[in-house]
Design a protein around this ligand. Structure first.
Ligand SMILES: Cc1cc2nc3c(=O)[nH]c(=O)nc-3n(C[C@H](O)[C@H](O)[C@H](O)COP(=O)(O)OP(=O)(O)OC[C@H]3O[C@@H](n4cnc5c(N)ncnc54)[C@H](O)[C@@H]3O)c2cc1C
Length: 379
């Protein structure tokens, strides 16, 4: 019986494994390897940060996958040997006929001095909880939100972070005693979505009194001060989106490109190795404007659908292939019950074609509906 192994049980891995089992049933073994016992729906971490979600509402164990007939192995993936068609997971070696790599992007706070000790962030479950406590204890002052480096997950998330903190401080009556500033190495917010979207987000920040500083490189942190572009920026609360890096196991797999991420065919998500696909945040997909496809769940999900379909076709003997088309939609939560919406074709030539809709209550409701769809339908 063909054996399909999925590495990583995040957004991409869970969709790929679920679809593979649905399509192949008893005609294939589907094995998913994931180090964590618990999955967190990352987009909801920003609501957790401002106390609008509880941990049980946005986390799940993996029993839903087992019920679907997927074999779930909780282990660390320590080796990928594409010559032997096998992966090393803890003490075991698992062979595969088809492999899907969906190991995401790792956070690397240690890359900048002082970042781990002196700043907060909402980019993983434990850190988002710590930031929630810090915000609950905050009594007003200077909040600095800084993006450490590119690429990072979800082009909108750091900007949502700043605007949600703005809304939270207003609700608590602390906004008049507070300053919020945002720094990024980018030339404008969400540059991959084009100048119009960027200026719209910058206008939303300005409308909330959030000072926006583009082309500003974070260099490190110490008690009460960030070093940005050679200057010392004082803070009472610093939120720094940490540097991201490819998962360590990719480096020794022979699949990494020059920047460490896995280059793939943008339509089929094939890597350079036979029957090995990579999806989601651990890949790099250049766009026609010279930028990279953003690291976002919406793309990990869409890519997983295509890869599952193509592996199922191959196993059934059908050599035609479905293609990933680079379309994606993203909500930009702006606080106080409103969201904007960006959607478009990121594979369009010569530049991505992205529409941006101004913040409205109904986009916020749509974002909540999307969260509930994910939490109920997929996990
Ligand atoms: C705060 C925040 C808000 C976001 N908001 C949005 C949003 O609104 N919309 C959107 O589209 N995207 C959003 N994203 C981005 C989205 O969460 C990611 O792009 C998406 O999860 C990527 O899916 P993935 O499957 O590639 O990786 P992940 O979902 O990160 O999954 C990777 C999995 O691999 C596991 N793993 C890694 N290494 C190993 C190993 N060696 N052995 C075993 N297991 C391993 C990890 O534990 C993890 O479960 C947000 C992200 C954050 C942090």
């Amino acid at each position: 019986m063909p054996q399909v192994v999925v590495l990583g049980g995040g957004i991409g891995g869970q969709v790929a494994a679920t679809r593979l089992k649905q399509k192949l049933g008893a005609n294939a073994r589907v094995i998913l390897v994931e180090r964590s016992a618990t999955f967190t729906f990352a987009p909801s971490l920003l609501w957790l940060m401002v106390g609008k979600r509880t941990p049980p509402a946005i986390t799940r164990d993996y029993s839903h996958l087992t019920r679907r007939g997927i074999e779930v192995l909780h282990a660390e993936v320590t080796g990928i040997d594409v010559e032997a068609s096998a992966v090393r997971c803890g003490e075991s070696t698992i062979g595969y006929d088809h492999l899907v790599i969906a190991l995401g992007a790792a956070l690397d706070s240690g890359r900048l001095p002082g970042l781990a000790e002196h700043t907060q962030h909402p980019y993983d479950f434990a850190s988002a909880q710590r930031l929630q406590s810090a915000l609950a204890a905050f009594q007003g002052g200077r909040v600095v939100v800084a993006i450490a480096s590119l690429p990072y997950k979800c082009p909108a998330a750091p900007y949502e972070t700043a605007m949600l903190i703005d809304g939270y401080l207003r609700e608590r009556g602390l906004r008049n005693q507070s300053v919020i500033e945002m720094y990024t190495p980018e030339p404008l917010p969400m540059p991959v979505a084009g100048a119009y979207a960027g200026y719209r987000v910058a206008a939303e920040l300005a409308g909330r009194g959030i000072a926006f500083h583009a082309k500003s490189q974070l260099e490190g942190a110490e008690a009460g001060q960030l070093r940005i572009g050679g200057s010392s920026i004082p803070f009472d609360l610093a939120v720094a989106i940490p540097p991201h890096r490819p998962p360590a196991v990719i480096a020794t797999s022979g699949l990494a490109g020059p920047n460490g991420w896995i280059p793939v065919d943008r339509s089929t998500l094939r890597t350079r190795a036979n029957n090995v696909y990579a999806i989601g945040d651990n890949t790099v997909i250049p766009l026609e404007n010279g930028m990279m496809l953003p690291k976002a769940g919406v793309f990990a999900h869409g890519e997983a659908e295509v890869v599952a379909e193509n592996i199922a076709r191959r196993i059934r003997g059908d050599l035609t292939e479905a293609a990933f088309d680079g379309h994606g939609t993203c909500f930009l939560e702006t606080g106080r019950g409103k969201s904007g919406l960006a959607r478009g074709d990121f594979f369009a030539s010569p530049v991505p074609q992205v529409e941006m809709f101004r913040p409205r209550h109904r986009w916020h409701l749509a974002k909540v509906a999307f969260e509930q769809y994910w939490l109920r339908r997929w996990i």
